[in-house]
Design a protein around this ligand. Structure first.
Ligand code: FES
Ligand code: FE
Length: 447
């Protein structure tokens, strides 16, 4: 909806939960977006049931019959490599009466047997046996219709496996758009390929999933929130700057920060805390990359850190080391997070050890950054209760106006502006539309 207010043109979005004023150069988000059960349910229906979602990496299930169970958008799934080597994803729900078929977290199994009535499915999802099958008419036809139910769509880009519960989605590469090449840049970092390491970092956050997206796309918070880490970098002799760092709207809800001033990157940019031995290895690695990929591509991959958000549930950190992070909203104020380390397959043991130490020291759940970030978005979730139902002015609206003037002039967005958040919220608003039954203060009441 667009309307003219006293101070100028205000666009209040499809559901009235975002408001951008191109005259006052302000952008605001109604806090019901983080709190409301109606919004959460609408997101489940219109976003999570209606979009490509990141499921996992194919190297998590390297051998035939390897499987992982995983919940996406509240739906339990089995992520499995069949006996034919094909990666598939099935609803973890028995076609007989709906029971969760696989109740283990992970493993290697030629068959999944439902414990309730002992129907048995092979790792390609085929119903192979059911007890007392002589009581079914037209047994072959019946059995043929009772295989495990696959997700509506599954496709893989550079080993990153995406699924959709709706068949009505564009081809994966069309959905990924410019984000596809950013994932390729990560996949190209080793001549022998990249892999996820076994093991997942899992934690629950008492905050809405969109706060996790905002936080990852928010260079503004870096220095104040992570002052311990910034101080540590300074002490080790590594300069830290917010200059010349940018935020990009990649379209389709995806966004990216490109950072050159915060930290070293293992194998790419040396910094003192990596130790002297790593200096020469980094130089040789960059030389080899340039020979393999060409100087320009190697420099693009190696010279900057990137934080990529792939709509709606994948955050990819190509920083000091590489981390895949998946968001699973479980309630308006609760999000489960899962993270994997993504590493070159051919890495020496001591480099691998340093990579893991470096990674856990920053973006791991016990690192110098992530606990700060979690506290920040949990504090937001607690704080926004204060303005609930407060119709005075813009008391119940969060502000993301930083850098609007640069955006209005068509200038490149800085990482310390809030442009990547605005592009996320604009896409969210489009995807969500109006939310039935929602009570929120209107923007007009504050004007
Ligand atoms: Fe699975 Fe009956 S519900 S066999
Ligand atoms: Fe942070």
């Amino acid at each position: 909806m667009t309307q003219t207010m006293a101070e100028g043109l205000v666009e209040t979005g499809h559901g009235g939960l975002i408001a951008q004023d191109w005259n006052a150069l302000t952008f605001r988000v109604n806090r019901e977006a983080y709190r409301s059960a109606e919004v959460f349910q609408a997101e489940r229906d219109r976003i999570w049931n209606n979009s490509w979602l990141y499921l996992g990496h194919e190297t998590e299930i390297p051998k035939n019959h390897d499987y992982k169970v995983r919940t996406l958008g509240g739906k339990p799934l089995i992520f499995v490599r069949g006996g034919d080597g094909v990666v598939r994803a099935f609803l973890n729900s028995c076609p007989h009466r709906g029971t969760v078929v696989c109740r283990d977290e992970a493993g290697n199994a030629r068959n999944f047997q439902c414990f309730y009535h002992a129907w048995t499915f092979n790792s390609s999802g085929k119903l192979s046996a059911l007890p007392g099958d002589d009581a079914y008419a037209e047994l072959d036809r019946f059995k043929g219709s009772m295989d495990l139910r696959p997700v509506a769509k599954l496709d893989i880009h550079e080993g990153f496996v995406f699924v959709s519960f709706s068949p009505d989605v564009p081809p994966l590469l069309e959905h990924l758009g410019d984000a596809a090449d950013v994932l390729s840049m990560a996949a190209e970092q080793s001549a022998t390929g990249m892999t996820t390491l076994p093991g997942i970092q899992r934690y629950g956050v008492k905050g809405n999933w969109k706060l996790a997206v905002e936080n990852a796309m928010d260079g503004y918070h870096f220095s104040p929130t992570h002052n311990t880490f910034v101080g540590y970098l300074r002490e080790t002799g590594f300069p830290v700057t917010d200059d010349d760092q940018y935020a990009y709207d990649l379209g389709n809800g995806h966004s990216m920060l490109v950072l050159t001033g915060h930290n070293g990157r293992l194998g790419m940019i040396w910094e003192p805390r990596f130790g002297e031995a790593e200096k020469e290895r980094t130089r040789l690695n960059r030389e080899a990359m340039a020979a393999r990929l060409g100087q320009e591509r190697a420099d693009t991959i190696g010279d900057a850190s990137r934080i990529l958000f792939v709509w709606p549930n994948l955050l990819f950190f190509d920083l000091e080391a590489l981390t895949i992070r998946q968001l699973e909203p479980v309630a308006p104020g609760r999000t489960d997070v899962r993270a994997w380390q993504y590493v070159p397959t051919d890495e020496d043991e001591d480099v691998r050890a340093m990579r893991l130490k470096t990674m856990t020291s920053f973006v791991g759940p016990g690192g110098l950054a992530t606990p700060d970030d979690i506290e920040a978005y949990e504090a937001v979730q607690r704080g926004i209760e204060a303005s609930k139902g407060d119709a005075r002015g813009f008391n119940d609206w969060s502000d993301m106006s930083r850098g609007m003037e640069r955006e209005a002039k068509g200038e490149k967005g800085r990482s310390i502006d809030e442009g990547a958040m605005r592009s996320f919220w604009r896409h969210w608003d489009q995807a969500l539309g109006a939310v039935p039954g929602l009570k929120a203060t209107t923007y007009e009441s504050g004007c």
